[in-house]
Design a binder for this molecule. Structure first.
Ligand code: BEZ
Length: 257
């Protein structure tokens, strides 16, 4: 089995072919951003650039950054007219303060939330807005619990394997307020997300997004763990030939004071 996304080394073809829902759902968030012609906007964690392009289509001056070089390479190939750079959410810098920072389905990968918020804050003009959606408290809880119990079943310690940060509204809004933001909108909601590829959907999702849980296992052990996880989750997350991931999203709009 390929270790597809370990070490930030994403398989961008697999990402674009089988996980297009990541940016398709993000289109709702664009409405919340409401980009205007001439605005300077950063797409933080732009992936392969599909939402960055939508922001550009609104007439904004948009810049996409992502920490994964493979994503940036693909984004540049997809949309050569847009500026894309490799940069990290926890320590990026801008040349000139921005009107808005937009981020879809990325900040749950950034455990140093304080550093990311500090970077976002320093990048905005006073009055500039931060519009984000990512995994919130309870996100993929059933999947993570199944992975942890399958690993514990073969005596693998799991404490250090979970790569995600899924805050509550209270926790994240507090961090934002502490760093000089006014939180004007916050929502936490369940968004059960059907996965592509029928019966293979859960295995594909785990390989793409949860590979840190499998790092260090042999190929055979990885297959075994995924089988156990599928058996465990089937009664709740598999219906009529489709797997559904138990996503819960946090959506935030905050203004720099
Ligand atoms: C999410 O979008 O919620 C998510 C994606 C991959 C791994 C974990 C969470």
């Amino acid at each position: 089995m390929n270790n597809i996304s370990t070490s930030n080394n994403w398989d961008t073809s697999l990402y674009e072919d089988k996980h297009a829902f990541v940016w398709q759902y993000g289109e709702d968030l664009l409405q919340l951003l409401n980009p205007q012609p001439g605005e300077s906007i950063l797409d933080l964690g732009c992936g392969t650039g599909q939402l960055t392009e939508k922001i550009a289509q609104a007439g904004a001056d948009v810049w996409g950054i992502d920490s994964a070089p493979a994503m940036i390479e693909k984004a540049r190939e997809n949309y050569p007219h847009i500026r894309f750079d490799v940069a990290n959410a926890a320590n990026f810098q801008v040349d000139k303060p921005l009107d808005a920072v937009f981020s879809n389905a990325v900040l749950h990968w950034v455990k140093e939330a304080d550093s990311a918020i500090a970077s976002i804050h320093q990048s905005l003009k006073p009055g500039g807005r931060f519009v984000a959606e990512f995994g919130g408290k309870g996100n993929v809880l059933a999947i993570a619990t199944a992975l942890e119990s399958a690993l514990q079943g073969i005596n693998i310690p799991t404490q250090a394997l979970n790569p995600w940060y899924f805050p509550s509204i209270g926790e994240y809004a507090t961090l934002l307020e502490q760093q000089g933001f006014d939180v004007i909108y916050a929502m936490l909601f369940a968004r059960p997300t059907p996965l592509a590829e029928g019966e293979a959907g859960m295995a594909n999702w785990i390989e793409m997004f949860a590979s840190t849980f499998l790092a260090g296992l042999s190929g055979e052990q990885q297959i075994q763990v995924i089988r156990v996880v599928e058996e465990y989750l089937k009664p709740t997350l598999y219906q009529q030939g489709t797997w559904t991931a138990d996503y819960r999203r946090i959506r935030i709009v905050a203004i720099k004071l």
